[in-house]
Design a protein around this ligand. Structure first.
Ligand SMILES: O=C(O)CCC(=O)C(=O)O
Ligand SMILES: [Fe+2]
Length: 335
């Protein structure tokens, strides 16, 4: 089943600890943990940390390499408490050596705290049927989760999209793999496949999850203009989304067997929508840790043809595919 949010955070912290020790930080200081290195809540230094984390959140995209921001913030806050210099603090953080690639743990450690009204009392998705754009207005831009049953069942993609179709497209389009490597995101989750080339180089048996073969599950963004033009012939944006909503200029595909996506938050500018094209999928949602005392985790289930909407920036989410089924999803954003 899915990794829980807490298990995932623990694993990431252990990995961070290992890399920090390997990079020369003293183990006994790290053992006390990051929270003990941070100033008491409400103190002046704590307020400075919050200002800094907000600044970092806004400027994250500009940082050329990822720092171990969590560690760097703790060290820099301690230094700034001595010197009282906030600009010095920022310089120290941005000048630190890279210990980690830019990853979810770093993002989690630097995101602003959230108030919990978005998840209070939410224990299941809102389920809608045949909703018009006009009727959807009252739900649009809510943090979700919402399922619109059968909303994409008319897409031609329901019959057309498959592993082989995407393999064929990527193998026969000049510069297609490079476009993902250079300009789009590839997510391998728990799979041992580290690029789209690896995905489409799998044996037929593994690709079809034949008996005895390891399951796999990946997601990636399509940003090659020729590929986008072809695949967009087979789906459209859900008709109920507000006419004036801002949309990104590419869509993502998630596909594979069993594993699904590990528990994570997304660092994206808009709300998420997706159309479930093949297979059933279980979603596990958990509130962000600061809301654990008010909000509870829960799961729900989607079927082929359903659309799912969720603010994946504030709901931790993981997915799981029932054994033996192949799941394929088109995913994008609106806001
Ligand atoms: O569809 C999935 O398995 C994961 C999707 C996801 O993480 C997202 O849409 O943000
Ligand atoms: Fe996500």
């Amino acid at each position: 089943m899915c990794v829980t949010r807490d298990e995932w955070l623990r694993t990431e912290l252990r990995r961070l600890q290992g890399r920090a020790v390997a990079a020369g930080l003293r183990a006994e200081r790290l053992k006390r943990g990051l929270p003990s290195a941070l100033p008491p809540r409400g103190s002046r230094a704590w307020r400075r940390t919050r200002t800094l984390t907000r600044t970092l959140t806004r400027t994250r995209g500009l940082l050329a390499c990822s720092l171990t921001i969590a560690v760097a913030v703790a060290v820099a806050v301690a230094a700034a408490a001595f010197t009282g210099s906030l600009s010095g603090l920022f310089d120290q953080v941005t000048a630190a050596r890279c210990l980690l690639p830019n990853n979810y743990l770093v993002w989690e450690a630097t995101r602003p705290l959230s108030d919990c009204s978005f998840c209070q009392g939410v224990t299941e998705p809102l389920i809608l049927h045949n909703i018009s754009r006009e009727d959807f207005k009252q739900y649009a831009y809510s943090s979700g989760p919402i399922i619109v049953k059968g909303a994409v069942s008319h897409w031609k993609a329901m019959h057309k999209f498959s592993y082989d179709m995407f393999k064929n497209l990527y193998e026969h389009t000049n510069g297609a793999y490079e476009s993902v490597e250079e300009g789009c995101q590839f997510l391998n989750f728990k799979s041992d496949l580290f690029s789209l080339r690896d995905v489409f180089a799998m044996s037929d048996d593994r690709a079809n999850h034949a008996e005895g073969e390891d399951p796999w599950y990946v997601g990636w963004g399509n940003c090659h203009p020729d590929i986008l033009a072809i695949i967009r012939q087979y789906y459209t944006y859900p008709e109920f989304l507000p006419e004036d909503s801002e949309l990104p200029n590419s869509e993502n595909i998630f596909f594979g067997y069993e594993l699904g996506a590990v528990m994570h938050l997304d660092y994206i500018p808009r709300l998420m929508w997706q159309g479930q094209i093949k297979g059933n999928k279980t979603w596990s949602l958990a509130p962000i840790p600061e809301c654990d005392h008010i909000c509870k985790p829960f799961q729900f289930y989607v079927e082929p043809g359903d659309a799912v909407l969720l603010d994946t920036r504030i709901w931790y989410h993981a997915t799981h595919i029932p054994s033996g089924q192949f799941s394929l999803t088109v995913q994008s954003e609106y806001g």
